[in-house]
Design a protein around this ligand. Structure first.
Ligand code: PMV
Length: 326
């Protein structure tokens, strides 16, 4: 009873920021992402009646009790949902530069959910995989699918209508994302804590909720029309609105460093010179720049000139979850 799955990371163009239910990972708003081809996690899960507890190996190393417990809590959710009672060996390899502050939780929990559910011997739907992945990390719900993906917040209190749906398939629109690394430092305020503090204390959060609903409508229309300018303007505005909520929190916090702002400014300068590039930023200091294929080289070359830039990873639109031979 074993299975192996690969899932890719995604970058939110319209952000998930705020939970209405912490335990079930139910968000306050819909979000929309693009799956990335460069970064992924491969995870093998094997249920074994001989095991007395879950065993977790990450990048070839047996994890300590604390790390294993986190994964085990998630496996408990899988066991409750599927009726599987055995413990499992979980062997996971991250092809995501975690040290550089790129979130591996999305690809990690999407791959784990897919492999674990498959290893029970039952074929679950992608909708069910998305719901399960969500309960490891919210953004993981979107990594089940390739291309452009919307995570619907749902209305129900039990989360049964809270999952991601595909918006546009992988090959339908060739956009590029330059992942610009400005620091290796681990982020100070984790997304879970940052969201909680913002929801509870930021007077700007109400404004965020109002704005994000309109931004989502705009982004979906832009995707349907393949209108890059409209999508770019919307995604950049949405990222700034998300980060604005953190400044209003108590105590306030900020994910940007001076290097982050330098990359943002360089993107604006590029735009003033007629090159279409738009930035977005998650719960950390690194910047993702979205562009069309024709402008990628130029943007890459310009951003590489900045002294604060350590590395730039070039991404294209990536695929959804797939299963691998063991
Ligand atoms: O799923 P989490 O807990 O990693 O939260 C993700 C939050 C953001 O990256 C800031 C936005 C998003 O939608 O991915």
């Amino acid at each position: 009873m074993k299975a192996k799955a690969r899932a890719h990371t995604n970058i939110a163009l319209i952000k998930y920021w705020g939970k209405r239910d912490e335990a079930l990972f139910l968000p306050t708003n819909n979000s929309l992402s693009m799956t990335l081809d460069q970064f992924y996690t491969e995870t093998m899960v094997e249920f074994d009646s001989k095991l007395k507890s879950d065993q977790f190996i990450l990048d070839g190393m047996e994890m300590d009790q604390r790390e294993t417990e986190k994964v085990s809590l998630f496996m408990d959710k899988v066991r409750r949902y599927t009726g599987e009672s055995r413990y499992a060996l979980i062997d996971s390899v991250n092809h995501v530069p975690t040290a550089a502050g790129f979130a591996s939780s999305a690809s990690g929990y999407a791959a784990l959910a897919a492999a674990a559910m498959k290893a029970t011997g039952v074929n679950f739907s992608e909708k069910e995989l998305s719901k399960m992945a969500r309960q490891g990390s919210g953004s993981a719900s979107r990594s089940i699918y390739g291309g452009f993906v919307e995570w619907q917040k749902g209305e129900l209190a039990d989360g049964s209508d809270c999952y991601a749906v595909p918006v546009l398939e992988q090959g339908a629109w060739d956009l590029r994302v330059l992942s610009v690394e400005v620091t290796h430092e681990v982020k100070k305020v984790l997304s879970r804590e940052g969201m909680k503090r913002t929801v509870e204390t930021s007077p700007f959060f109400a404004g965020w909720l109002e704005a994000v609903a309109a931004d989502l409508v705009e982004a979906k229309a832009a995707i349907a029309e393949r209108d890059f300018t409209r999508l770019g303007e919307t995604l950049e505005r949405n990222a700034l609105r998300m980060h604005a909520t953190t400044l209003g929190a108590n105590p306030p916090f900020m994910y940007w460093q001076s290097s982050t702002v330098q990359v943002m400014e360089a993107v604006q300068v590029l735009r003033e010179s007629g090159v279409e590039a738009y930035f977005t930023i998650d719960a950390g200091p690194n910047v993702k720049v979205v562009c069309q294929p024709k402008d990628e080289e130029r943007i890459f070359a310009e951003l590489m000139k900045l002294a604060v830039v350590q590395q730039i990873y070039r991404c294209q639109v990536g695929p959804g979850v797939n299963y691998l031979e063991i």
